[in-house]
Design a protein around this ligand. Structure first.
Ligand SMILES: Cc1cc2nc3c(=O)[nH]c(=O)nc-3n(C[C@H](O)[C@H](O)[C@H](O)COP(=O)(O)O)c2cc1C
Length: 406
């Protein structure tokens, strides 16, 4: 029988393996630093903000099936792995409109970002700038286009627009984007009416708001969140500052259910830069938009927040790439929670992906620091998957591809 030779325990060696750290007053910072996945950030976020806020971010429409299907499809991805290739140098950069970005991941437009954390849109844009990524500002942003440009002057920025009831109002918003150095317009087309978001209705987060006493108590339990919010500038749709309209009037003005393909043409005629259409959910629409000479489309179901049980963008992607991929940049969003998800979409032909909740969990967890951590996690996974599949650059990622298991 083989016997192990005994020795005195080497406690010093054991101690050297432990990460010794003094307890810190900045516990959230420490937790963010330790987060390994976007889900870890979501868990921190859930403790930091009132339920009404977390539900607004995490929730989607009706039974939330669209969103879970988007997530599920990412679980069906199978990568192709090539070994014995020199992957000591990995280049995840791509060019968008002739300029390099460091990752094929962009920040989705999300309304009301200062509701999630008082630092809001400029903090997200600052992270985008720091990491050479593109930030999209929502029409429903709580920071105006000019404020964003002033605070984060060097970020590459796109502006998300809705065609409004009154085209003159749309023009005034477009003008703000033009004057503030926004490079491209994203026209969101999956919102002829608002989706039915059960969590928000239950929490009273409706237009007009119907906040119940229980929600107020829940908010009171998060003093840091509300103190920060109430001691910084007013929460408002900043692009419409000075309009002097109630929330109900504003909401009625912002969405025009009669928006048509002709409005896309109109937008192309008034905006000299690229126009990208967001919320494309079927092939016919994609082909129609390609005929209009649109610069890009985003296959998206608004993160499951609009039409419930609609198509899953990742499943639509290969068909769209085959039909119009040569003429139009095809982006995709919805349920991207890791760099592997982003890799899968790019390998299946997307130019790049957009992320929404992934960075919103970061901002809720810890402002700009949390968003930076989200980017680090996405980037780490993306580059790691490139190395493990043997792809040294994005051309190789697309050549190697990925498939969905039945
Ligand atoms: C809290 C929140 C607010 C959003 N606001 C907008 C918006 O103002 N305009 C828009 O076009 N899309 C909006 N979206 C949709 C995102 O742009 C994007 O399509 C979606 O978040 C992608 O899914 P993901 O969150 O799973 O990444 C919002 C999404 C969330 C989660």
């Amino acid at each position: 029988m083989i016997k192990s030779k005994r020795q005195f325990p080497d406690l010093l060696h054991f101690a050297s393996l432990i990460e010794w750290k003094l307890p810190t007053l900045f516990r959230t910072r420490a937790k963010i630093a330790r987060a390994v996945t976007i889900d870890d950030l979501a868990k921190i976020a859930k403790r930091k903000v009132p339920k009404v806020v977390f539900d607004y971010v995490e929730g989607s429409a009706l039974d939330e099936v669209s969103y879970s299907r988007s997530r599920q499809v990412f679980n069906q991805v199978e990568f192709t792995a090539h070994t014995l290739r020199d992957v000591s140098k990995i280049d995840p950069t791509i060019e968008i409109f002739g300029k390099k970005v460091d990752l094929p991941i962009l920040f989705s437009p999300t309304g009301y970002t200062r509701f999630m954390h008082h630092v809001g849109e400029p903090a997200v844009a600052a992270v985008a700038q720091e990491n050479n990524m593109i930030y999209s500002l929502s029409t429903m942003g709580t920071t105006s286009p000019s404020e964003l440009a002033e605070q984060v002057p060097d970020v590459r920025r796109w502006f998300q627009l809705y065609v409004m009831q009154n085209r003159k109002d749309s023009m005034s918003v477009i003008q703000q984007a033009k004057d503030s150095g926004f490079e491209a317009l994203i026209l969101t087309v999956d919102t002829p009416v608002s989706g039915i978001r059960v969590r928000d209705i239950r929490n009273g987060l409706t237009i007009p708001p119907r906040i119940r006493l229980s929600t107020v108590f829940a908010i009171a339990m998060k003093p840091v969140w509300w103190l920060n919010l109430f001691t910084t500038k007013k929460l408002e749709f900043a692009a419409f500052r000075g309009w002097n309209k109630s929330l109900v009037e504003l909401a009625a003005a912002i969405f025009d259910p009669s928006t048509k393909f002709e409005d896309v043409k109109w937008l192309q005629s008034v905006w000299s830069g690229p126009v990208i259409v967001k919320g494309v959910q079927n092939l016919e629409d994609a082909k129609e938009l390609a005929k209009l000479g649109i610069a890009g489309i985003i296959l998206s179901n608004h993160g499951g927040r609009q039409l419930e049980k609609g198509p899953v963008p990742l499943e639509l992607l290969p068909l769209a790439v085959k039909e119009i991929g040569v003429d139009v940049d095809i982006y995709i969003d919805g349920g991207v929670m890791s760099g592997q998800d982003a890799y899968a979409a790019v390998a299946m032909g997307a130019k790049a992906v957009f992320v929404g909740r992934a960075y919103l969990y970061g901002i809720m967890a810890g402002g700009e620091r949390g968003v930076q951590k989200a980017v680090e996690i996405l980037k780490r996974d993306f580059i790691n998957t490139m190395a493990l599949t043997g792809a040294r650059n994005i051309t190789e990622v697309q050549k190697i591809g990925a498939k969905l298991r039945a």
